[in-house]
Write a protein that binds this ligand. Structure first.
Ligand SMILES: [Zn+2]
Length: 252
């Protein structure tokens, strides 16, 4: 085990794993294993290169480790942890979340999320409001946010890559990032906002490629790799993507 110092001053242990399939260094983070640095077999990089890479990524690493710790504590307690902030790496936005005191004299019955100013949300609701109601209101906000940005992004890519689609719908699915019907109707998961930008872009391009080829055969991968050369690498990295989701987003 070796250690790297993170942006927040904590030090994080990691283990190095050689891989025959890896072409370049990548970092795998998971709640179960912590940080694993995957390097091409037989070509272990010089220690200073590795340390520089880890230093450059240290904010990203710290953020994910923080989420794993939060999720672990919440799972143990069986409760929803409401966020103090919401990071949306896909669109490079960061939102602070404030919780208003329950409005006892107003006869409000529902929990609402309001945008105070760019980057600040306020959650208001009745005195009887439970944490789960607040989480639900925040999830509804995420869906609205996704509906405001993902269709435009998809349309831009469709135009640039010349792969038109007929309709796009934003959903809050549990186990799929996106899908495409044989009529060119694309569904996108609102949780895509919580992924690194390159991963979300990959999902959008993946679904657009399905407007040409429905299956995942070799022709599909040739087309996809033409538009996103890192496709296979990103797909492999995305195996742990669900673990990056905060608990308030996935609890139900
Ligand atoms: Zn697919």
């Amino acid at each position: 085990m070796q250690c790297v110092e993170l942006a927040d001053g904590r030090s994080c242990p990691y283990r190095i794993q050689e891989s025959d399939r890896a072409r370049k260094i990548r970092i795998r983070l998971s709640a179960a294993e912590g940080m694993v640095v995957i390097v091409p077999a037989g070509a272990a990089p010089p220690r200073e290169n590795l340390e520089r890479l880890l230093r450059n990524k240290s904010r990203w690493i710290a953020r994910h480790l923080h989420r794993f710790a939060q999720a672990g504590r919440a799972a143990q307690a069986g409760e929803v942890v409401l966020p103090e902030c919401i990071d949306l790496p896909a669109i490079n936005e960061h939102w602070e979340v404030r919780y208003a005191d329950p409005d006892a004299n107003q006869a409000s019955t529902s929990t609402r999320v309001r945008v105070m100013t760019q980057g600040v949300l306020r959650v208001c609701g009745p005195e009887s409001g439970r944490a789960e109601d607040r989480a639900q209101a925040l999830r509804a906000w995420v869906r609205v946010k996704a509906a405001a940005v993902l269709p435009t992004w998809l349309a831009e890519l469709a135009r640039d890559l010349r792969m038109p689609f007929s309709r796009v719908t934003i959903r809050d699915q549990r186990s799929r990032w996106g899908s495409c019907s044989c009529h060119g109707r694309i569904n996108l998961n609102c949780k895509l906002l919580f992924l690194p930008r390159s991963w979300t872009r990959y999902v959008l391009i993946h679904e657009l490629c399905h407007t040409k080829i429905m299956n995942h055969g070799p022709d599909f991968w040739t087309l996809l790799t033409m538009h996103e050369p890192q496709a296979k690498c990103i797909r492999a990295e995305m195996r742990t993507a669900w673990r990056l989701m905060p608990t308030w987003l996935t609890s139900r």
